[in-house]
Design a protein around this ligand. Structure first.
Ligand code: CDP
Length: 235
């Protein structure tokens, strides 16, 4: 019988984290939790209410007071979870380009991060979870059994996002996507609190040139290793 694990997956935007995490969660029968939706939900609500995303006090107050619910999917339209804000289904609304543009500004406020920490830790403590974000291995679950830092070149990531957008029938330019990703990477990696970086004990996987299947297989091999090693040898 294998030991239930906590798995932390961090990395820059569009590095394939959610694809990997979804597959792992399905294969292991674990919960998949994409923490980016929490920051997206706060950003969406700020834009709706005409609040300034770069106002730390307003964003902290919003993050503390907003009722955000993440639940199992209620519809079969490609969603992995339902995201509700104040009783409204915002699962797709939080993926809008306007939210993409502002989310890293909102996520950089220390008060916002603090407000969203408790719910993430509570879910982490339950175990049998694959949690995805930017600071899961470093801040939210520093004791995770397995930490993966999934990376890819910014050009490869922009190409993936471009193909996704095309698939959804959206007309966006590759150059614009590349520019937005670069800006978001810069903000995420340079913020003072919980910047994007691999935990010292994370396994760094560079995914350029690897198929989603190959990335999944590599990580499953690590999961098997963790499961078969005695606790004191687990790193
Ligand atoms: O899916 P994608 O990689 O584009 O973004 P996401 O995972 O939904 O995260 C959106 C943004 O939220 C990131 O660019 C970060 O600024 C922020 N975020 C964060 O700061 N910490 C997390 N644990 C997750 C997301």
């Amino acid at each position: 019988m294998s030991k239930p694990l906590t798995i932390a997956i961090d990395g820059p935007a569009a590095s394939g984290k959610s694809t990997l995490a979804r597959r792992l969660a399905r294969a292991l029968g674990y919960l998949y939790f994409d923490t980016g939706v929490l920051y997206r939900a706060v950003t969406w609500a700020a834009l709706q209410r005409g609040l300034a995303p770069d106002d730390p006090a307003a964003m902290t107050h919003l993050a503390r007071s907003l009722r955000i619910e993440v639940r199992p999917p209620s519809r079969d339209d490609g969603r992995s979870n339902d995201v509700w804000v104040e009783g409204q289904d915002v699962t797709w609304a939080v993926r809008a380009p306007e939210v993409d543009r502002w989310v890293s500004v909102v996520a950089a406020h220390p008060g916002v991060r603090e407000a969203l920490k408790a719910v993430q830790r509570r879910i982490g403590r339950q175990g049998r979870v694959v949690m995805v974000g930017r600071d899961i291995g470093t801040v939210i679950m520093p004791d995770a059994d397995l930490k993966i830092y999934l990376d890819a070149s910014v050009e490869e990531r922009a190409r993936r996002r471009y193909l996704e957008a095309q698939g959804r029938g959206e007309t966006v330019s590759y150059a614009r996507i590349l520019e937005d990703l670069r800006a978001r990477d810069r903000l995420d990696a340079s913020r003072a609190v919980a910047p994007l970086r691999p935990a010292p004990d994370a396994v760094v996987l560079q995914s350029d040139g690897l198929t989603p299947e190959q990335v999944f297989e590599r990580v499953m091999a690590l999961v098997r290793q963790r499961n078969s090693a005695p606790a004191e040898q687990r790193v």
